[in-house]
Write a protein that binds this ligand. Structure first.
Ligand SMILES: Cc1cc2nc3c(=O)[nH]c(=O)nc-3n(C[C@H](O)[C@H](O)[C@H](O)COP(=O)(O)O)c2cc1C
Length: 284
């Protein structure tokens, strides 16, 4: 199992010592052109999680490849690049631009709730990117999908090497005057409240595929990580917790081993898929 950060939840250049406590660093989503993102207010705290409407603020792929990526490499851990866009060509051209670069993985962000332009179907984007790059391709699919199994089978057939799930859910907070707290209105909801949604999504995906899955959504403790593994996550990512606790990677690793022992497993990976009733089939 690898422990990763969730895209957009850690600035590795500001906090390289936190980034290096992960097994790999996942970048903020990169788009073809620079984006300043949505107008403030872009972040709000809620009772059981956090709302954000950052809107894919990033320096654009040219600046990223020429300036940011070389600096990220100095941290010394594998780099996963999160790629976003608004049409198939956006994704394909970024994949082509990264093809000669030593990146460990390309994570296609097919599920950002904070931009108005919806990308085309997840499978179409994956298929086009598959032709454009030999880099490993992970598809970050939307938790809003009605039929997770169908989505997963479609992106696998299109050539994805793995899945990342889940992204934020669309949510809304109101201020004292009953106006939306975020300037954009709704935003992406993340944090503890997401865990049950993430567990269900990962478990449904695991029933449909043997591809590796990076599970995320509300992981704050080793127990949370173990539950994702039990639902079929191969790897685990930490997101919103990093805004509150930069020691979370070390703490979650430690707790994960203790929680696995408490649940009767020698190693956390031994709990893989245990919540499914057809574990034997998976093992074969
Ligand atoms: C402030 C913020 C920014 C995010 N930016 C991105 C992004 O650029 N690309 C992406 O794929 N996911 C992004 N996400 C979603 C996270 O990667 C993750 O999927 C989600 O927050 C669920 O995990 P969590 O509950 O542990 O935070 C962002 C989340 C937050 C809170």
């Amino acid at each position: 199992m690898l422990l990763l950060n969730a895209s957009g939840c850690l600035d590795a250049l500001t906090a390289p010592e936190v980034a290096s406590s992960f097994d790999a660093f996942v970048t903020k989503t990169i788009t073809p052109a620079a984006r300043i993102g949505n107008a403030p207010v872009r972040i709000a705290e809620t009772d059981h999680g956090m709302l954000n409407a950052i809107g894919l603020a990033n320096p654009g792929r040219n600046v990223f490849v020429n300036e940011t990526l070389p600096r990220l490499r100095e941290i010394g851990i594998p780099i996963w690049v999160s790629v976003g866009g608004f049409c198939i060509r956006d994704y394909v051209e970024t994949c082509e631009q990264l093809a000669g670069d030593d990146v460990a993985c390309v994570e296609l962000n097919l599920s950002c709730p904070n931009v108005d332009e919806a990308p085309e179907s997840a499978a179409e984007i994956v298929a086009a990117c598959r032709v454009a790059t030999a880099n490993p391709l992970y598809a970050k699919v939307s938790p809003h999908s009605w039929d997770m199994a169908e989505t997963v089978r479609a992106v696998e057939a299109a050539g994805a090497d793995g899945l990342s799930m889940i992204n934020t859910l669309r949510g809304l907070a109101l201020d004292a005057q009953l106006r939306p707290t975020l300037a954009r209105g709704a935003g992406g909801y993340s944090g503890p409240a997401l865990k049950p949604v993430a567990l269900a999504a990962v478990r449904a995906a695991r029933r449909a595929t043997a591809l590796p899955i990076v599970g995320m959504g509300g992981v704050y403790s080793g127990r949370d990580a173990l539950e994702l593994i039990a639902c079929g996550a191969t790897h685990v990512a930490l997101g919103t917790v990093l805004f509150a606790d930069w020691n979370a990677p070390a703490r979650v690793r430690e707790e994960l081993v203790a929680e696995a022992t408490r649940a009767g497993f020698e190693h956390p990976d031994d709990a893989f898929g245990i919540s499914l009733d057809d574990v034997a089939r998976l093992a074969n």
